[in-house]
Design a protein around this ligand. Sequence first.
Ligand SMILES: [Zn+2]
Length: 195
Amino acid sequence: MEFHLPPEPKFVQIPREFHSLENDGPFEKCLKCEVELLHSGLPYMIERVFVLDEPIIEYAMCESCVLKSQSELSAESRQSVTDYMLSHLDIASRMQRLSAWAETGKDDASAMMDRCLFSGNRAEDCREKQIAAWCRGNQMRVDHMFPLMISGVAIEELNGVLSEQTRGWIDDFVGDSFGMPPEFCDNPDFRPVLI
Ligand SMILES: [Zn+2]
């Protein structure tokens, strides 16, 4: 079988979907350590969680804070999330779409987020969804995983594989950073997943 290496990642201007509603523009600081992001050249992740079209959680986090956060999740949960991804991610179809997008030569990478990475559900059919991207300066990286969209259904499934300890950790993170949105209190299986 022929093995295709992922194509070189491309960088495009960060699209509006990854702007901060609060800033009415790009994210500027890391949520945790408050390091400056737009001009420092540090890689950082943006995550936004939507119910219908309303962002209920949004943040940017520098790479070192992302790694620190991930290391605080239980080993058991990290393994379960990896297993879930491996069994649900259709990497061949993702690569195909990535190549098709790259061939258009366009900056608009929304086609890479119009379906759930795991369930394949269309974005417009999702009541809840989470989007995530890796950025540097004002540029967003487009590669075999990111930017991604995860549907509410897949978020709930992912929550189902997390350990009690990890769920508690995420609840604390969300509560401390944003105040717990009522959507999460209504549905205990719907909390953002730190990728
Ligand atoms: Zn940070």
